[in-house]
Design a protein around this ligand. Sequence first.
Ligand SMILES: *[C@@H]1O[C@H](CO)[C@@H](O)[C@H](O)[C@H]1NC(C)=O
Ligand SMILES: *[C@@H]1O[C@H](CO)[C@@H](O)[C@H](O)[C@H]1NC(C)=O
Ligand SMILES: *[C@@H]1O[C@H](CO)[C@@H](O)[C@H](O)[C@H]1NC(C)=O
Length: 406
Amino acid sequence: MALRVSLKMKESILLVFAISFAWSSNIAVEGDTNISEEEDAELERQLKFINKPAIKVIKTHYGDIYDCVDINKQPAFDHPLLKNHKIQMRPTSFPKGLFDKASSSSVEQPSNVMPSEIGLKNGCPPGSVPIRRTRKEDLIRVKQNPSDFQPLTDSSPGHHFVKNYVNRVPYHGAGAWIAVYNPAVSKGQFSNAVMWIENGDGNNLNSIQVGWTVNHDLHGDNRTRLFTYWTVDGYQKTGCFDTRCPGFVQVSTDMALGLAFDNTSVIDGAQYNTKVVIYKDSSTGNWWLSFTEDNIHIGYWPKSLFTDLSAYAFYVKWGAEVYSPSGEASPPMGSGRFPSEGANKACFFNGLQVIYNSELEDPSEDLLSRRKIDNPDCYDADEVKKLKVLDYYFFFGGPGGTNCGN
Ligand SMILES: *[C@@H]1O[C@H](CO)[C@@H](O)[C@H](O)[C@H]1NC(C)=O
Ligand SMILES: *[C@@H]1O[C@H](CO)[C@@H](O)[C@H](O)[C@H]1NC(C)=O
Ligand SMILES: *[C@@H]1O[C@H](CO)[C@@H](O)[C@H](O)[C@H]1NC(C)=O
């Protein structure tokens, strides 16, 4: 499903502010700034609204800019449903097993796999949070490729996926370790690995997603980055990536959405992975995002954003997606190798866990019954299996190519 919707919400907010501008055909391709003065002024006006005043500016070693924004003035609070939201500075409850490495629910890591490094070296001052700055070229990319930001359903042309599901029972969250690779994608394509927490169907689909993505249209480069996504109407009008539209409340001062992973796995070389956990705070009902083996609480999606996800999730899914505009070869998924190639070659999820009540625990095997693969000739995923060092795991991926169909 739908990782291209991204800036829709931002666009609708811009519309709310009655900012619209016609894009004439002489607007330059990306990287070029061949736009009229009027259009340029319009972009500047939009940027002033999107980017909040910075208390401090952080530049990453690969060139991104993060603004340290007053925590109470972050983009989330532009959302109409969050006008009177009382910020939750830290979770009031976390699932048992999240911090307790010795507990029965802890996940042992394979000895040859290391956590990929990620994070801002010097975080934001207390009372402020890092928000990736939107640049003019980011707005231009969205405007120039509007079709790249349309909702993607499983049947969308150019869209391919592999997924392992746990069946319908109430979940209060889930977690996983995801191997981090850097598949080669062209501009206009994406390739990602995702954990989905969902409830509802069709236009009522509520979905929260976390994982890594290589998505040039979204980020302007080919790095492998942490991403999140949310929607409450099946990708129609709500939701977006990261903090690109109001919704996600950032609380961490040094771990931010959209950051690039410093280390990515190489076939037959070093293997790196990362840990993601999404769980429902039992007293506030907010959905928290915890990240890395240090269990850093990055922030949360407030309960009030959701309809069907306001009480619990009915689906947890782990898998991957790729997208290509028509006329191009489909990009690699995972490492670009099929799951049958196994360790050190194929990408994988391990340590799959779910929260039935208040504890991270192994998924019940009788519920791990569903696997969806839309084109096994191009991309595949194993069934979930259990091994001592990997716990519940599966390999996935594939080379893509010109015969992947629609
Ligand atoms: C910029 O736009 C002008 C006016 O339409 C056009 O003549 C020129 O070729 C464009 N330049 C580039 C680099 O695209
Ligand atoms: C990513 O982009 C850089 C710079 O454009 C290029 O040198 C590199 O080969 C690209 N890597 C992949 C995996 O596409
Ligand atoms: C991860 O990447 C960073 C930045 O390139 C590097 O300094 C560090 O040594 C790498 N870590 C490992 C474990 O390879």
